[in-house]
Design a protein around this ligand. Structure first.
Ligand code: EPU
Length: 336
């Protein structure tokens, strides 16, 4: 029989450190638990799969079932001279996977070092950093379909990956529990080190290897992003907005230096952190909520912030940027 805990505090299960309670909470280590939940019709009520809790903001107590994946294992499924295919259980910590890949000289995910969270959540929002997205390495995703009670598999193109987006945030939202992620990595030496920050960091070294690239990424992240174990946060709070080249031109008239990345002939993506800094929010504190002083894209909990304090600050930022630049920021964090 599955053991469901009642009235469970989520304070240590979300990196914002918000103290809310879930009416029910269950940890799963293997598929039997999911089968049993299905048989008991638990999926007919509200449920939420909580990985590392590093991309959520709970706004209220959660009146439903929290499913907390703790299934573990990294296995080599296929291997040849050039590539290796790994099957990784959803409850594995993401950075442990990167460390394993780097130690075994498997190339492809080193730029994603130190991203908090579990691998089960990685395909959902297509985690990305320093010019790489997890979609570049994912081959398949296995999930438990809570409607049919069966395990199903999608291949990379079926996952409909986009910038911080996938089918799991859309058509399959609230319908599935990711069980395994398959990633294909290269055994042939190759690096993605053109992203500005990495290029600068690697100027300090003479030779490059996987460990050096991983350490460079870890250094950059440690310098810019707050450690959730010390100060509550969920990484980027907003997505980087995509705007028209026409609007970019208007912004450039005032700020020639605005950073941007081309998306297509008509559109560019600009860093939300830059917009937030230009509106004077960087390092700002409002009650217990604040904007990180080294990366304005990150909202932080300075102590016992309530989710309302964080949301009020977020609303203020959204309104100011709409007003000043005519750009609507969207949250990247999952607000529940
Ligand atoms: N910038 C500012 N002020 C700031 C922050 C950034 O001017 O306060 C400028 C920087 O100077 C730079 C540009 O904005 O010119 C880009 O900054 P950065 O490289 O730090 O990256 P980002 O676009 O702000 C994105 C991801 C991060 C990821 C980094 C590195 C999103 C929403 N965020 O941030 O992902 O680590 O690139 O690749 O796409 C996350 O998703 O939680 C996350 C941290």
């Amino acid at each position: 029989m599955v053991s469901i805990q009642k009235n469970f505090s989520l304070k240590n299960y979300n990196t914002f450190g918000i103290n809310v309670f879930a009416s029910s909470f269950i940890e799963y280590t293997n598929i039997n638990t999911l089968n049993e939940l299905f048989i008991n019709e638990a999926f007919n009520s509200i449920f939420f799969v909580l990985g590392g809790g590093s991309n959520v903001l709970f706004t209220n107590n959660f009146n439903g079932l929290i499913i907390y994946p703790q299934n573990k294992g990294i296995e080599i499924i296929e291997e040849n001279n050039e590539t290796v295919l790994l099957r990784i259980a959803a409850g594995e910590e993401w950075d442990k996977v990167v460390e394993y890949a780097v130690n075994n000289l498997f190339y492809g995910i080193e730029n994603l070092s130190l991203i908090p969270g579990n691998i089960g959540a990685a395909p959902i929002q297509n985690i990305g950093a320093y010019g790489i997205e997890i979609k570049d390495s994912i081959k398949y995703v296995d999930f438990f379909n809570t409607i049919s009670g069966k395990i199903e598999q999608l291949n990379n193109s079926d996952c409909k990956f986009g910038y911080r987006d996938s089918i799991f945030k859309n058509e399959l939202k609230n319908k599935i529990v990711v069980t395994n992620v398959y990633i294909q990595l290269s055994k042939v030496e190759n690096y993605h080190i053109d992203y500005g920050n990495i290029k600068d960091e690697l100027k300090k070294v003479e030779v490059i290897n996987l460990k050096i690239v991983r350490d460079a990424v870890i250094n950059i992240r440690k310098n810019k992003l707050p450690d959730p174990a010390i100060i509550g946060n969920a990484g980027s709070f907003f997505k980087n907005p995509i705007i028209s080249k026409q609007l970019l031109k208007e912004i450039q008239a005032d700020f020639a230096e605005v950073p941007y990345y081309d998306i297509d002939v008509c559109q560019v993506k600009i860093p939300a952190g830059w917009l937030i800094e230009k509106c004077g929010f960087k390092g700002m504190k409002k009650g217990n909520a604040g904007v990180h002083d080294k990366q304005a894209l990150v909202l932080v909990n300075h102590g016992n912030a309530t989710s309302n304090e964080i949301l009020e600050l977020s609303d203020e930022i959204i309104a100011k940027i709409q007003n000043r630049f005519g750009i609507s920021l969207e949250t990247e964090v999952n607000i529940i």
